[in-house]
Design a protein around this ligand. Structure first.
Ligand code: GLN
Length: 197
């Protein structure tokens, strides 16, 4: 059984834990760099990216998170988690973990309609995924190694680069576990590769 961690400093943690368990993987809350060593893949949840970054710094986790990605271990950022993974942020001269070759804009779906749910077609995953957006970011541009998996109204809302996955919305807030199952398969694949080498 693969072990999938959820970065549990702030944000929507328990919903991801439930979704991971529903996919038959072991879920582990990750609160420190030593917890990181226990997991085969990591989900960075939605919440508030600025608050999460402060806690990442306080617990000295920035470098360990970068090393986790550099080691080829899968990471999946949802909403604020996507912001944490991106190499570039619109309007900021800094970024956070900076591993996903994408430029991300925060809060990009308007102030009046902060939150909404829509049905999304996601390449290789679903024709009709119920996607919940909450003050969501979107991806304004990607590098050539990044595959766009979904768009909403022309804006990129889900993408993958090797073992990095990111989406603008909250897949954990519905009972539809297809995206978590897809990430679980990425983690299984990454382990199979390690064993075969
Ligand atoms: N707007 C939040 C941020 O910038 C993200 C919102 C979310 O994760 N639901 O961090």
């Amino acid at each position: 059984m693969v072990k999938i961690g959820v970065l549990a400093l702030q944000g929507a943690v328990s919903e991801h834990i439930r979704s991971i368990e529903a996919c038959g993987a072991q879920a582990i809350t990750v609160k420190s760099k030593s917890d990181l060593a226990l997991v085969d893949g990591l989900i960075l949840p939605g919440g508030e990216s600025t608050a999460m970054r402060k806690l990442i710094d306080r617990f000295e986790m920035l470098e360990p998170l970068q090393q986790f990605a550099a080691a080829g271990k899968p990471m999946f950022g949802t909403c604020a988690g996507l912001i944490l993974l991106a190499k570039k942020l619109v309007g900021y001269d800094f970024s956070h973990i900076s591993v996903l070759d994408a430029k991300v804009e925060r809060n990009s779906f308007g102030r009046q309609v902060d939150s909404f749910e829509t049905s999304l077609a996601i390449k290789d995953i679903a024709e009709d995924f119920p996607a919940v957006f909450i003050r969501a970011p979107h991806i304004v541009g990607v590098g050539e190694d990044v595959e766009v998996l979904a768009r909403f109204e022309g804006k990129i809302v889900m993408a993958r680069q090797g073992y990095l996955l990111g989406c603008s919305f909250h897949p954990e807030l519905t009972a539809d576990h297809r995206i978590t199952a897809y990430f679980t398969e990425m983690v299984e694949d990454s382990l199979a590769l390690t064993v075969n080498i």
